[in-house]
Design a protein around this ligand. Structure first.
Ligand code: NAD
Ligand code: IPM
Ligand code: MN
Length: 364
């Protein structure tokens, strides 16, 4: 047996703990059936970090993340945090963690599950077979640019954020995106706002330079406003989408809309330190504590964890196939149109995935 893989669990806020439990159960099931040893340590983050330890990224959480082989995060964000100092906001904990772990590449796949093509707001023929990967720059741009401030009172109030990229920040994430395109269908679209923004003009120059090293990739540029439209009109045209931090945040929620729910999209954040895996969705305060959240995004993030951080692609495929099978069997959480009479909650959905996973290993 190989050594024990250490996973830091950061359940966070709202539905975060509910979907983190689902992800943990699925990881435990896959590991047990593959004779892989996992250990889990839980740490507070977000508003839970503030309440328990006085900080959205407590020191113990940061140390635990550094020491782990992978971090799994549920979600951060709580309505009670409205109006608190910016550095005590739950989101600040997540942003600080991404920065501390050097996570500059955020992979956000949208792979439409055939059985769910009819739950998309788009017609089946537009979404069937859609399989795209958003590569979002995660360590720079408006999220981290200095200076930033909100000053003054009354009519004298003013605010400032800084959008800055240097060439090396673009090069490193573009390299990852091109390599991914090579391993996928060989197509890449880089999305920017080069008709208005200097940062986007730099982005284009650097992407053009990186492209020279990958002549087999068919690639082009698209302005972000048009890209937002194309993503709903013809999502099937995209293979790899490469874009900066804020555009990637927005377009990935739009991609979730194409899929039919935010509860479906997983993500992986990679860079120089411990990789981090989290659903694309937030803490969903409207669902929190009710056992109603769709755990699919979290479960598929766990699959990405097993593939990217633990090098267990077989476990990842088994988890994805179990999720596909549960949807093919008609199981639906409320966000996917399951109505009050037929919808299952987080726990029942996870039970079904776990049972299916056990079955797939025993029949293999
Ligand atoms: P949200 O993603 O929490 O919710 C948006 C909508 O999607 C809501 O209607 C919600 O019910 C639904 N939804 C989200 N996850 C779902 C799931 N698993 N199953 C079923 N439905 C689901 O976004 P929001 O309402 O804009 O933000 C709420 C809080 O979450 C804010 O504090 C925000 O900062 C935070 N947030 C955190 C993350 C993160 O931790 N990575 C991501 C996005 C937002
Ligand atoms: C996401 C979230 C975060 C982001 C917030 C909570 C800081 O929206 O992961 O998509 O904007 O990156
Ligand atoms: Mn987001």
């Amino acid at each position: 047996m190989s050594r024990t893989h250490r996973i830091a669990l950061l359940p966070g806020d709202g539905v975060g703990p509910e979907v983190t439990l689902a992800a943990r159960r699925v990881m435990e099931t896959a590991a047990a059936n593959l004779d892989v040893e996992l250990s889990f340590d839980e740490y507070a983050i977000g508003w839970a970090g503030v309440l328990e330890m006085g900080h959205p990224l407590p020191e113990a959480t940061l140390q635990g993340a550094h020491a782990a082989d992978a971090v799994f995060l549920g979600a951060v964000g709580d309505p009670a945090a409205e109006g608190v100092d910016p550095e005590r906001r739950p989101e600040a904990g997540l942003l600080a963690l991404r920065a501390a772990l050097g996570l500059y590449t955020n992979l956000r796949p949208l792979k439409v599950i055939s059985a769910l093509a009819d739950t998309s707001p788009l017609r089946r023929e537009r979404v069937e077979g859609v399989d795209l990967m958003i590569v979002r720059e995660l360590a720079g741009g408006l999220y981290y640019g200095q200076p930033r401030e909100l000053t003054g009172t009354g009519e004298a109030r003013a605010a400032l954020n800084t959008l800055r990229y240097d060439a090396s920040e673009v090069t490193r994430v573009a390299e990852v995106a091109f390599q991914l395109a090579v391993a996928r269908r060989g197509q890449l679209v880089s999305i920017d706002k080069a008709n208005v923004l200097e940062t986007s003009r730099l982005w284009r120059q650097v992407v053009d330079e990186v492209a020279l090293g990958h002549p087999g990739v068919e690639y082009g540029h698209m302005l972000v406003d048009r890209a937002a439209m194309e993503l709903v009109l013809r999502p099937g045209q995209f293979d790899v989408i490469l874009t900066e931090n804020l555009f990637g945040d927005i377009l990935s929620d739009e991609a979730a809309g194409v899929a039919g729910s935010l509860g479906l999209l997983p993500s992986a954040s990679l860079g120089t330190g411990t990789p981090l895996f989290e659903p694309v969705h937030g803490s969903a305060p409207d669902l929190a504590g009710q056992g109603l959240a769709n755990p699919t995004a979290a479960i598929l993030s766990a699959a990405m964890l097993m593939e990217h951080a633990l090098n267990l692609p077989a476990a990842a495929r088994a988890i994805e196939e179990a999720v596909d099978a549960i949807f093919a069997a008609g199981t639906r959480t409320g966000d996917l149109g399951g109505d009050a009479g037929t919808a299952v909650g987080t726990e029942a959905f996870t039970d079904a995935v776990v049972a299916r996973l056990v079955g797939s290993f025993s029949s293999a």
